[in-house]
Design a protein around this ligand. Structure first.
Ligand SMILES: [Ca+2]
Ligand SMILES: [Ca+2]
Ligand SMILES: [Ca+2]
Length: 285
């Protein structure tokens, strides 16, 4: 199902992927809308690549060294969470000491007063932690899964081309970041299991040392609490665990009422079916 990835800009994606259902290439947003409708109707779900974001600092594809960019909206198919619906992390703890980085600097070796909490309690997609093992994060406001299959939180990370690390996530339903109480089950996903991360159009240039730099793109994926076995519980945070992944932002997505979200998804799906019929006449691949 996953195919060719195209270049992305701020809020605009032209990636084309092969859809075996329609036997043609469709845009990534169209495919995501189809998947969301399919999941809503069948209960079969996967994590979902984000399809667009906006930030307070537009992406500059000509430069690999973006300035800090705080998330101001996030879209998955036809569903968009605006700034007031994005829930930041208020507390974070980590089991490892992997390198912290900001938009242009790896910390260390640069002397810095920045802490892991500072890099994860804002909405900046250009700062994070390289080679994490696991991190416990508490949302500023508790969330729930009253929106059904609509995603409830998103993870952003850096990678050279496409995200290829393995990720596991688990809901925190009590306690705090240092001593969490987990609920539901662990959900594991990666590129080989069919879950890709969507390209944000932003980049970072991470310093490995004083003379060596690593250019990375920033990607995002949205996840439904149902994948974590959460139905009626209140979720106060999440544990994010990776095999060498590099998270730079975890953000909660306030619940958009299911009827509204579902109608948006169905409209999106209807548009997709209509468009795919027209498209398939001349765009088979
Ligand atoms: Ca960050
Ligand atoms: Ca949900
Ligand atoms: Ca990575």
């Amino acid at each position: 199902m996953l195919g060719v990835a195209g270049e992305a800009g701020e809020g605009k994606f032209v990636a084309m992927i092969y859809c075996p259902v329609f036997e043609c290439c469709v845009t990534l947003p169209a495919m995501t809308r189809f998947l969301l409708v399919f999941w809503s109707l069948t209960g079969v779900a996967l994590a979902t690549p984000i399809t667009g974001i906006t930030t307070d600092n537009p992406a500059s594809n000509a430069s690999r060294a973006d300035s800090p960019a705080n998330l101001t909206s996030l879209s998955v198919g036809a569903v968009t969470w605006q700034a007031g619906q994005l829930v930041a992390i208020s507390d974070v703890s980590s089991s490892t000491s992997g390198g912290l980085y900001t938009a242009t600097t790896l910390i260390p070796p640069e002397p810095s007063t920045r802490t892991i909490a500072e890099l994860f309690t804002d909405l900046d997609i250009t700062s994070g932690k390289a080679n994490s093992v696991n991190m416990n994060m508490i949302f500023d406001t508790p969330l729930d899964n009253s929106n059904g299959a609509v995603p409830d939180f998103a993870i952003f990370e850096i990678a050279t081309t496409v995200q290829s690390d393995s990720w596991s996530v688990e809901a925190i339903v009590g306690g705090n970041a240092a001593s969490p109480i987990f609920g539901g089950s662990i959900y594991t996903f990666n590129q080989s299991s069919g879950v890709g991360f969507g390209d944000t159009g932003h980049q970072v240039r991470v310093a490995r040392n004083s003379t060596e730099f690593l250019d990375q793109d920033i990607y995002g994926v949205a996840i439904d609490f149902g994948l974590l076995g959460i139905t009626s519980e209140t979720v106060i945070g999440v544990r994010v665990q990776t095999s060498g992944g590099d998270p730079n932002l975890v953000v909660g997505l306030q619940s958009i009422p299911e009827p509204t979200a579902l109608s948006l998804l169905i409209v999106g799906g209807s548009v997709l079916v209509s468009a795919s019929r027209r498209f398939s006449r001349f765009a088979r691949c």
